[in-house]
Design a protein around this ligand. Structure first.
Ligand SMILES: [Zn+2]
Length: 245
């Protein structure tokens, strides 16, 4: 199903191409491209993207390269979406994207089922993005375990993706930026309770504990309420500690 086309709202769409053909197409494409959609292009290196200095929107599914350096040159990027970047650890190149408004970094849905995560060193580079409004991090974790480094992204709006940060890390962000309304429960649109048919709720922040992360909204209402109460207690504790400093 190899294809090269325009449309789909993008100036250029490359999907399911053999890597050599994808590379050649990108080498020959106009440098004036505003938007590019790369879907399973087979590319292992993305240096060629440096040509497209006017790019405003970029979608890539499958980024096997070990770093994001080629993106640092794309200073006009407003929207960036990368699905599956399993070898990237360092998000620093993204801190150069001073116009970025929307960012999505996501692992494969199948990874989520198997408990695998994208592991970045830290999310701190995203905290310097003053124009960033929408952030979606699905199946992402950070070695420093910190979410509060996002507090300095002043334009950021509330976000509530399922993530694998600890309850304390989510509370630390909430204490600094209550306007972001970080959530600690996530209601699945499809999973249902086998007993009552009620929706399944995922409790965030339980990684590394033995507690069950998936509960029924109705059968386990008390345990879900206790989780939320624990979260609120942690936020209050952080606020209290800050005031007494
Ligand atoms: Zn139930």
């Amino acid at each position: 199903m190899a294809s090269i086309r325009t449309g789909n709202g993008f100036d250029l769409v490359l999907a399911y191409l053999p890597p050599r053909r994808a590379l050649q197409t990108l080498q020959e494409a106009s440098e004036n491209l505003r938007s590019l959609y790369l879907w399973l292009s087979g590319l292992r290196s993305f240096e060629v993207l440096g040509r497209f200095k006017k790019l405003e929107a970029l979608v890539v599914f499958d980024w096997p390269a070990p770093d994001l350096k080629p993106l640092a040159e794309l200073k006009r990027l407003r929207k960036l979406r990368i699905l599956h970047l399993p070898n990237v650890r360092d998000l620093a190149p993204l801190s150069r994207l001073r116009r970025l408004q929307e960012l999505e970094l996501a692992s494969l849905p199948s990874w989520d089922a198997s408990g695998k995560r994208l592991v970045f060193r830290t999310l701190a580079p995203l905290g310097s993005l003053k124009t960033l409004r929408r952030l979606s991090l699905f199946g992402v974790s950070a070695l420093d375990g910190r979410l509060d480094v996002l507090a300095t992204a002043t334009s950021l709006r509330p976000f509530g993706d399922m993530n694998s940060f600890s309850l304390a890390a989510i509370a630390a962000l909430s204490a600094l930026r209550p306007d972001l309304r970080p959530k600690v429960t996530w209601t699945s649109p499809d999973l249902r309770c086998k007993r009552c048919g009620g929706p399944q709720v995922h409790l965030m922040g339980l990684r590394g504990t033995r507690r069950k992360a998936w509960l029924c909204r109705d059968c386990n209402a008390e345990r879900i309420a206790a989780h939320t109460a624990e979260f609120k207690r942690l936020i209050a504790e952080k606020l209290c500690r800050r005031r007494s400093r």
